[in-house]
Design a protein around this ligand. Structure first.
Ligand SMILES: Cc1ncc(COP(=O)(O)O)c(C=O)c1O
Length: 401
């Protein structure tokens, strides 16, 4: 099928919830993907921070193939071997004692919201209010869009689920002033992703933790985007020396296979009893087998070191652009979660990069986001930088300022 036909077919039969670029990607390997016409692209989007090990990593492919030949799905009415083994790995590497598996980031956050409320209900306390941050993103289900501190995500879906309060990111006092006798938790992305790659200021997360402890409320980290090695540590919270009570994961957790997880301490997780929460597909053999392969590869093959090293190289190279191109306001990031804030809209730059064989993303209108696979090499980064340079040069030449 040709690109044009496939676009027509999609437009005819698929709900129109995405504005898509007019290409059809049919194959991927490492940091590269190819479209239906055979054109190659360097992929610095990585399925929106999903393909942390690159496309079709052999360890993940092998795990999926072997598991698919044995058992693809079985109900959670029975014990599931790879599910238990993935939970053991996740708990072993993190602060947590228990995992609940689901199929996406939004579902993981739904589970976290439910658990936080149930924990206090079980203690006989009327606490159900959750403080989240402005510019946050927690998903698009009814509870998680209510948790998301962005009007544009909520518009059209009112009335929203009640009892979420939004305060500015990086402002501990604002959180402190919003805590009431009804507050059960503070929910925060350690680094905001969709909101514009916003980095926590020194001690912000530490201070949040101290505040939550002092007030006897829970701290929930949404690591759906920043978890699984993206910041150079397996979990972003490790960069800041703070452990949450609950953490959510998804995107990079299973090398590209749909999965979500909510992790919690024993103390908090004990409120999830049979009947409290469930998911038919959650923790299925196929996804959890892929998850085991992904986490073992991330932790066993110097992926985190590569992420940290290449990430700071890329941050440095991008920062050099600031002198040359006046429309660049700031470059910020941690590991391979990098944002370039512009004075102008970024959509056109993304389009021009795509034409030149580079996939990047723009979030919050003016922030170019670079979230390549964590296996990216220095020469991949150099290629990305060269393409960006040629696009930026063409804009300078147009004298758009
Ligand atoms: C921090 C964060 N939380 C939650 C979500 C929602 O994840 P999903 O799209 O898998 O539901 C996202 C997705 O971008 C995210 O970045």
């Amino acid at each position: 099928m040709k690109t044009k036909n496939l676009i027509e077919l999609s437009n005819k039969y698929i709900a129109n919830t995405y504005s898509r670029f007019p290409i059809v990607i049919v194959r991927g390997s490492g940091c590269k993907v190819w479209d239906i016409d055979g054109k190659e692209y360097l992929d610095f989007v990585a399925g929106l921070a999903v393909c942390n090990l690159g496309h079709c990593h052999p360890n993940v492919v092998q795990a999926i193939q072997e598991q698919a030949a044995k058992l693809i799905h079985i109900s959670n009415l029975y014990y599931i071997e790879p599910q238990a083994r993935l939970a053991e790995l996740l708990c072993g590497y993190s602060f947590a004692n228990k995992a609940f598996f689901c199929n996406s980031g939004a579902e993981a956050n739904e589970a976290a919201i439910k658990l936080a409320r149930k924990y206090f209900k079980d203690k006989g306390e009327s606490r159900f209010q959750i403080i989240t941050m402005e510019k946050s993103f927690h998903g698009r289900t009814m509870a998680t869009l209510a948790a998301t501190g962005q009007k544009k995500i909520q518009m059209g879906f009112e009335p929203l689920l009640e009892k979420f309060i939004y305060v500015p990111f990086n402002d501990v006092n604002a959180v402190k002033n919003s805590i009431t006798s009804q507050t059960c938790a503070v929910m925060v992305e350690p680094i905001q992703g969709e909101g514009g790659v916003n980095i926590p200021s020194d001690n912000y997360l530490l201070d949040l933790k101290a505040l939550c402890k002092d007030k006897g409320i829970l701290l929930i980290f949404d690591e759906v985007q920043v978890g699984m090695g993206r910041t150079g540590k397996l979990f972003a919270y490790e960069n800041y020396g703070v452990k949450p009570d609950i953490m959510t994961l998804a995107k990079g957790l299973a090398g590209g296979v749909a999965i979500g997880a909510m992790l919690a301490t024993d103390e908090v997780a004990k409120s999830f009893v049979p009947g409290a929460h469930a998911s038919t597909f959650g923790g299925n053999p196929l996804a959890t087998a892929a998850g085991i392969a992904a986490i073992k590869t991330i932790c066993g093959e110097k992926i985190l070191e590569n992420c940290e090293g290449i990430g700071s190289y890329m941050l440095n190279e991008l920062n050099k652009f600031k002198k040359q191109y006046p429309f660049i306001k700031e470059v910020r990031g941690k590991g391979l979660m990098i944002g370039m804030e512009l004075d102008i809209a970024g959509a056109d730059i993304v389009k021009k990069c795509l034409e030149k064989g580079l996939l990047i993303n723009c979030t919050a209108d003016k922030i170019l986001r670079f979230i390549p696979p964590l296996i990216v090499t220095k020469s991949d980064v150099d290629r990305c930088i060269n393409i960006l340079k040629s696009v930026f040069d063409s804009m300078n030449n147009l004298e758009i300022f």
